[in-house]
Design a protein around this ligand. Structure first.
Ligand SMILES: Cc1ncc(COP(=O)(O)O)c(C=O)c1O
Length: 402
């Protein structure tokens, strides 16, 4: 029996009929579709017996797609972020500014390099950091600033780039959630000095595991490659032949040839998918904007939000129950999502120095995770998914209105 999509007034959490049940679930981001050329490209790699470099092909097409001179394929975005800091020579005594709201992959490399993590607060609604918040934590020891484009929404990059120039520090864009996003006509990862990307199985461009670094700076691209691909080595040719030296530190963060094949295939279909994600996201936002007490994503520039995830903010004052109860009620109606405390990095990572002081200081970031419900989004959302998601929120907000 297919569960009726017509909601009864009684909440499912109180025994009513859910908007969607297990036999009629909302469309999910997974399973992912592969680009039509994926199998042929994978076969080309396998047929070559590892002699063909699909990674080199990928680096070329990815740099072109992002509008940068160089791209380096790596194993994931956690590695990309680490490699960039290694390439910049960041180490003990240095500080790196990063948004307090992100994935652990944005900060791990700062810790690996022995540098101090300086969290910047965010815009309370969007969850994105701003130049103004970053500037508050910049000190003479700051050696880089990382702008995380969150939920698929680009940061306001003009003031962030200006801030980097003013303090003479490189601007890193963490593009893990926003591949091929645009801001003022420029592509994500081409606006700051360097961009880092994730292609994990949930991401916009998905190769299961994979990532990249983009930049226009040749020296930086070479340093990233040395750190992430060549394990710190340089190759010299002398009278005896080729010799390898390891003058500096490095890791094996290489991208796999098979992942590169899938990345090229999936890159081809990504622009159309992103367009559709935007159209679907905007359609839901128009519905949710009609519900008192909810704020759908505020988008500063049309098309600058790819809706990797969809997020909607609750006005606490308007409800007579806490967000925990609201979360349970939404889930019981069949929409899987959460108020993502784990995105507030000092909240979820207990090993951090100054954790308590950071949590007290990061007022907007705390409020953001406490009031913002986020759920999986996909270009495959149907009209009936959108109608029913709006119905879930209408039902739960009506039941719990103060
Ligand atoms: C903003 C951000 N940065 C970095 C990462 C780490 O990416 P990866 O899983 O490819 O290491 C993620 C992954 O979720 C992310 O969302």
């Amino acid at each position: 029996m297919v569960t009726s999509s017509v909601a009864s007034g009684k909440l499912a959490v109180e025994g009513g009929t859910p908007v969607r049940g297990p036999d009629n679930p909302f469309t999910r981001n997974s399973p992912r579709e592969m680009g039509p050329k994926a199998l042929d490209l994978v076969k080309k790699v396998l047929d070559s017996g590892w002699t063909y470099s699909m990674v080199a092909d990928f680096e070329q097409v990815f740099a072109e797609a992002c509008g940068t001179d160089y791209a380096v394929g790596v194993s994931n975005c956690t590695a990309a972020n680490h490699a960039v800091l290694g390439a910049l020579g960041i180490g003990p005594g240095d500080e790196v500014v990063v948004s307090a709201i992100s994935d652990y992959g944005s900060i791990a490399g700062i810790g690996y390099q022995g540098a101090k993590i300086a969290f910047s607060d965010v815009d309370e609604h969007t969850g994105k950091t701003t130049a103004e918040e970053m500037e508050k934590v910049i000190t003479p020891r700051t050696k880089a600033i990382i702008a995380v484009h969150f939920y698929g929404q680009m940061c306001e990059m003009d003031p962030i780039v200006e801030l980097g120039r003013k303090h003479g520090v490189p601007v890193i864009e963490d593009v893990a959630q926003t591949t091929l996003g645009h801001y003022k006509g420029k592509t994500a990862g081409s606006i700051g000095d360097i961009g880092t990307f994730s292609f994990n199985s949930s991401k916009l461009l998905s190769t299961n595991t994979g990532g990249a670094v983009t930049t226009d700076n040749q020296e930086l691209a070479e340093a990233v490659r040395r750190f992430a691909v060549d394990r710190g080595a340089i190759y010299l040719v002398n009278q005896i032949g080729a010799a390898r030296y390891h003058p500096g530190p490095g890791y094996n963060y290489r991208m796999g040839e098979l992942e590169a094949a899938v990345a090229i295939a999936n890159l081809e279909t990504l622009p159309a998918q992103n367009e559709r994600r935007i159209e679907r996201g905007e359609k839901l936002s128009a519905e949710l904007a009609k519900i008192d007490g909810l704020t759908p994503p505020r988008v500063s520039e049309p098309g600058s939000h790819l809706y990797w995830m969809y997020h909607v903010q609750f006005d606490r004052e308007k409800f007579r129950v806490g967000m925990d109860e609201i979360e349970l009620a939404i889930k019981a109606e069949g929409l899987d999502g959460m108020f993502p405390m784990y995105y507030l990095i000092p909240h979820s990572h207990h090993f951090l120095e100054n954790r308590e002081q950071d949590l007290a200081r990061l007022v907007n970031a705390r409020s953001h995770v406490e009031t913002t419900f986020r759920f999986s989004w996909t270009y495959r959302m149907t009209d009936s998914d959108i109608t029913d998601i709006a119905e879930v929120f209408a039902k739960v907000t009506d039941a719990y209105r103060a």
